[in-house]
Design a protein around this ligand. Structure first.
Ligand SMILES: Cc1cc2nc3c(=O)[nH]c(=O)nc-3n(C[C@H](O)[C@H](O)[C@H](O)COP(=O)(O)O)c2cc1C
Length: 188
């Protein structure tokens, strides 16, 4: 069951216009709150956004319309922005480990509920802070799109070589994943 969920949890970039309610977003945070964190500090806070205009403004500064040519009508129904205190007293190695764990739990939770996500860290986080009027004492550490997607995304097993994602048969998004054998570097 868990293995199926992990396989299903693919990044989706083209959304179908469905709304994403605050109650759904809160259910995702309910799963995030049990994430492990460095000495259980729980530094991450979550900004939930499903306002249509703000979602459009955020979509426009992600690389979805530019790099991925996603039309505005296919923007995600919501964004979750993770923030921390600007003067957080924690090395980045620990902080980003914690963010990764929270991100995994959030996206797995969304997938289990029939929603889809993509982490959008190429976004200009300064512009994003301006859009959401973030206080100067806080900093954005990641932004995750949430919505419903009909985009077909599949994985393929590869043992090495080029792992760049690509399109096949028109619109199928293919994500090459290294096999278990290729990932294990040693058995001691
Ligand atoms: C830290 C991080 C940042 C990412 N930033 C972006 C991004 O800015 N834009 C984007 O389209 N995808 C982004 N992605 C999604 C990756 O491209 C995606 O995870 C990768 O292609 C593998 O696909 P999968 O998530 O379906 O396994 C990001 C993923 C991670 C983990």
């Amino acid at each position: 069951m868990f293995s199926e969920l992990v396989k299903k949890n693919r990044s989706k970039r083209i959304y179908n216009g469905s709304d994403v309610s605050f109650s759904l977003l809160k259910e995702l945070i309910e799963d995030c709150r049990f994430s492990a964190s460095t000495i259980n500090r729980q530094d991450i806070r979550y900004i939930l956004i499903n306002n249509e205009q703000i979602c459009s403004d955020i979509f426009n500064i992600t690389n979805l319309p530019s790099t991925h040519k996603v039309d505005i009508k296919n923007k995600p129904g919501a964004f979750v922005v993770m923030i921390v205190e600007r003067n957080i007293n924690l090395p980045d190695t620990f902080l980003y480990y914690n963010i990764g764990l929270a991100t995994a739990n959030l996206t797995l939770s969304a997938t289990s509920k029939g929603y889809n996500c993509v982490t959008l860290l190429s976004t200009n986080l300064e512009k994003l802070a301006h859009i959401i009027s973030l206080g100067k004492d806080k900093k954005i550490v990641t932004v995750i799109a949430v919505g419903k997607s009909d985009q077909v995304v599949i994985t393929e097993d590869v043992s090495g070589g080029d792992v760049s994602y690509y399109k096949k048969d028109g619109n199928i998004h293919v994500v090459p994943k290294l096999t278990t054998e290729a990932l294990i570097s040693q058995e001691i």
